[in-house]
Design a protein around this ligand. Sequence first.
Ligand code: NDP
Length: 263
Amino acid sequence: MNGFFEWRDAPAADFAVIGDPVAHSQSPNMHSAAYRALGLPYTYLAVRAPEDELSPALDRLAALGYLGANVTVPHKERALAWSSKPDDLALRIGAANTLDFRDGTATNTDAPGFLHTLADLGIAGGRALLLGAGGSARAIAAVLPAAGFQVSIWNRTGARARSLAEEFGLNYVDRATAEFDLVVNTTSIGLSGAELPIHWGAATASGVAYDLVYGDTAFLQSAAMHGMRPVDGKPLLVAQGALSLSWWLGVDAPFKAMEEAVA
Ligand code: NDP
């Protein structure tokens, strides 16, 4: 657990990650390391805001002089609605993870960040299954088909997955099996230690199991036991964070320093 502030108690700073829960977030360590590497005097804090209090929380950070914020679970769709000037990518995805308080703009760095990690891991095309239908699933659903994948989607609440499938031209499935080249867990279940109802029996041995949550989650442990290659959320954390930093500050992000900070 890392330190965080309730939004009403957050002190003045330059940047923040806002979410609920947020105590697990490595973003403050990672961005602070980046500012040190760049010789910049900025500060970056973790701030908790419950689901129905995002808007007043963002208004308060803006009034305190924050320059920008990353937005995490469960707020990304509401963050888009809060922004007065979301960019085309955030609008197409329907969710924003990066806000600039100076001009009210918003973008989504999860989508390009995810593609960046696939390229780095040498994963290029095939059959993919998305587990989950929240903000991060929307980001990936919006870009994965154009990257050469035939994408299926499953979610605990089936209606949400069906509607995402319709919107992004994916194949809806009501049963999750591991018979795919790439299985991406975009649900937040890994934060609780619980497991998704996945049928692992038919796992593709050369397949990749990618959990957006970082660490050795129950999903990644089961995947590894069935011969799949486990990838946790750290590469994506660094990729989306580096893109956010460049978007805010207009400089190249110090990728290595950010990677080392979350290793
Ligand atoms: P959302 O709150 O928007 O969506 C949560 C999703 O998780 C929904 O599909 C929800 O299903 C599902 N879910 C939650 N609890 C359970 C459960 N007990 N059993 C089954 N499904 C469950 O979250 P986000 O999409 O914004 O984020 C999801 C996760 O990805 C978070 O843990 C976040 O930290 C992580 N993430 C990590 C990133 C990184 O940089 N590594 C980047 C982006 C996200 P339902 O619709 O049925 O409620």
